[in-house]
Write a protein that binds this ligand. Structure first.
Ligand code: 0RA
Length: 685
């Protein structure tokens, strides 16, 4: 049978084979069209795409465990205990005959095409399909075990190396399952290095979204070489990292996780699951005493960061149901106004997950759900379920309404504070802050704003810069931690006002908000900054954070990032925020000067210079130690510097991390620090 199969497959290429090659070529020519981009984000997307197939198998009820492993050779393996991808001849590919496995791995959009028959490997309900992963891999290998017998095929840049080969039954081996291993192609991706945190973030999210499913993550890479210090301390190799995700509580557990560092107002999240018109909806939410709202939404397990109809359906129902409840329960006093959408969402943490069979994704990053029918489905379900919940839990109802009324009063106070500031003209551009050394070019295209820690570094930066396109804003000390302050206090902070004015956009939307579909009072967004953020008014193309390479510098950078993340979110999603990378060392030998940006480079550069009589090594602790010329040549000259672009690759994980690092509760922060301390290098206290 196997020989017969091989013989058939080895026949000359038919028309379908040419089709396949064309398809793969298209993917390799324009990878961004299929996976968004070829940066780290696109790279990590590959893993999601493969895992999605196993998730489908789990949703069909045949698989309950998925193992994802990062291997030492840079490849990734995804293994499930489902039925195994079919290896019989696909009924639509008879000339030349092809196995279903080969079709799934090599034919573009095989998922969509076969979604109505039993060969559905859809890549979630959305995905581009695993053939795209295959096309963008230097090599890929798939093994499907069926009744204990392994069937394997290997591909190079998407093209099968040979036919599917049948192996021998392994004694005591696994009965069924699929094992996919691939190495992303370095010719395609800007980086092929997977970040453990990103992979973990996505897997954790998937485990929350698919309650009961076990997902195991393993990091077997050993290329995180021990540092010299670690070697001295006797660290020999970095152990295999393993983490297991299995959440029984579904989205309620997700909400608890997100709010781990916040003080809850409800004892447990409100959680419901219901299907209507063929659209399954699962929602969990809770309230905490912070001032932000954190709304994470998913369609077919995909994070819809731009929101969409499911999100607006939820918001509309939340606002309406809470107002109706407050009226009926007699919680409004005579002069009370109706609660706005913002009031209802202050301190809200919510996760919305819907499954839509033919989703229409819109928006800039194609992460906004457009299906209008979903709006009323989610709205109706939320209204019914929340209405019932409030009737049955009047004490909780009262607490939620009290919180919203407090928000309403604070919003009124904030409005007055803002009016006052506005009247003083402080937030309008035109009156730029005195500390800002602006650039001469007016058009934001190609211009840069350096936010610099401290006046002395600010001085060097001002002298060293190219004033045609580089502006400098020195910040004195630490800005306010916006995670713990309400909008009136934030706007009262001078450093923050300076920042807002220099940047020019105003402040507004918190993470994941969706402005034009807004419900409630129509102008709101969750932090009371009320729709004032306007990307069009951005005064610079890049905003570059430049702080010292010490703990204070790291703290200031985190405070700034927290501010951008919560109040100028779009600057991050549009890729405008960067982090400068000043060198850590200056190495001097005679007239020769070299710079090193990390430990490895220091060691390498010393060798290059040839150390005969102890090269002069200067460890830079602060930017202020560099003269203007040095600062320019190492850190600010676009031709020579490196800057890191700030990107959010896992929105829920980012939200969780910001709240852990900057929020009220100490225990989760301590835990984070203990867990991560071993990765810290170059810590100068
Ligand atoms: C379609 C049918 C069958 C299995 C699968 C798809 C399947 C695909 C993948 C991809 C990764 N893991 C998977 N697990 C299962 C079963 C067909 C049959 O047994 O008759």
């Amino acid at each position: 049978m196997a020989d017969e199969l091989n013989k058939q497959q080895n026949q000359e290429y038919g028309a379908s084979q040419i089709q396949v090659l064309k398809g793969l070529e298209a993917v390799r020519k324009r990878p961004a069209m299929y996976i968004g981009d070829t940066s780290s984000r696109g790279l990590h997307h590959l893993i999601s795409e493969v895992v999605d197939n196993s998730i489908d198998e789990a949703l069909a009820g045949y698989c309950d465990e998925i193992v994802v492993t990062l291997l030492d050779d840079g490849s990734v393996a995804v293994e499930d205990n489902g039925r195994g991808i079919p290896v019989d001849i696909h009924p639509e590919y008879l000339d030349p005959p092809k196995t279903a496995m080969e079709v799934v791995m090599t034919v573009l959009h095989a998922g969509g095409k076969f979604s109505k028959d039993s060969y559905k490997v859809s890549g979630g309900l959305h995905g581009v399909g695993v053939s795209v992963v295959n096309a963008l891999s230097a090599w890929c290998e798939v093994t499907s075990v069926r009744d204990g017998i392994p069937n394997t095929q290997r591909y190079v840049r998407g093209v099968p190396e040979g036919p599917v080969t049948r192996g021998k039954k392994v004694k005591g081996g696994k009965k069924n399952g699929t094992y996919t291993r691939f190495t992303p192609d370095g010719e395609i991706f800007q980086t092929v290095r997977f970040r453990r945190e990103n992979v973990i973030g996505r897997l954790r999210e998937l485990a929350f979204l698919n309650s009961g499913l076990t997902i195991i993550f393993r990091d077997e890479r050993s290329d995180r070489k021990p540092t010299e210090d670690e070697l001295e301390q006797g660290v020999e190799e970095v152990e295999v990292y393993e983490e297991k995700f299995n959440y029984k509580g579904g989205l309620a557990a997700f909400v608890k996780y997100l709010d781990e560092s916040r003080t809850p107002i409800l004892t447990k999240p409100v959680h419901f699951e219901k299907e209507r018109d063929g659209v399954p909806v699962e929602i969990a939410f809770s309230f905490n005493d912070s001032y932000q709202d954190n709304l994470h939404s998913y369609v077919n397990n995909i994070n819809t960061i731009e929101g969409g109809t499911h999100v607006s359906g939820f918001k509309t129902a939340l606002t309406r149901t809470l107002n109706n409840y407050a009226s009926r329960a007699g919680l409004f006093k005579k002069n009370d106004q109706r609660l706005s959408g913002d009031d209802c969402r202050e301190g809200l943490t919510a996760v919305i997950s819907v499954k839509v069979s033919e989703p229409q994704f819109e928006g800039q990053t194609k992460t906004k759900l457009g299906n209008s029918e979903v709006q009323s489905v989610v709205e109706t379900i939320t209204g019914e379920m929340l209405g019932d919940y409030l009737e049955e839990n009047p004490a909780v109802g009262k607490r939620i309404i009290d919180k919203a009324m407090q928000a309403q009063r604070a919003r009124e106070a904030a409005r007055k504070a803002k009016d006052l500031i506005r009247r003083k003209g402080a937030l309008e551009s035109g009156t730029l802050p005195g500390k800002l050394a602006d650039c001469s070019r007016r058009d934001p295209e190609g211009t840069e704003l350096y936010i610099v820690e401290g006046d002395s570094a600010g001085g060097s930066a001002k002298q060293g810069r190219d004033r045609r396109f580089q502006a400098i804003l020195p910040l004195r000390g630490k800005i306010l931690n916006v995670e713990k302050a309400r909008i009136d206090k934030i706007l009262g902070n001078e450093e923050i006002r300076t920042l807002i004015t220099a940047i020019g956009t105003g402040i507004g939307n918190p993470a994941g908000e969706d402005r034009d579909l807004f419900s409630g009072n129509g102008n709101g967004n969750g932090n009371g900054a009320s729709g004032e953020f306007n990307f069009e008014k951005l005064r610079y193309g890049k905003i570059i954070i430049m702080t010292d390479a010490d703990v204070d510098g790291a703290h200031i950078r985190t405070l700034l990032l927290t501010f951008f993340y919560r109040y100028m979110h779009e600057l991050i999603t549009q890729g405008c925020i960067y982090i400068a990378q000043p060198p850590l060392y200056q190495l001097k030998k005679g007239k020769q000067i070299a710079y090193a940006y990390d430990e490895d480079e220091r060691v390498r550069k010393i060798k290059e210079l040839g150390d005969n009589g102890k090269i002069g090594i200067q460890r830079y602790k602060g930017l202020g130690e560099m003269n203007p010329e040095q600062l320019w040549s190492t850190t600010m000259d676009p031709e020579r510097r490196t800057v890191l672009k700030v990107q959010i690759e896992e929105a829920a994980e980012a939200d969780h991390l910001f709240s852990v690092l900057m929020g009220d509760n100490v225990a989760p922060r301590r835990e984070f620090i203990e867990k991560n301390a071993k990765y810290v290098r170059n810590l100068d206290v």
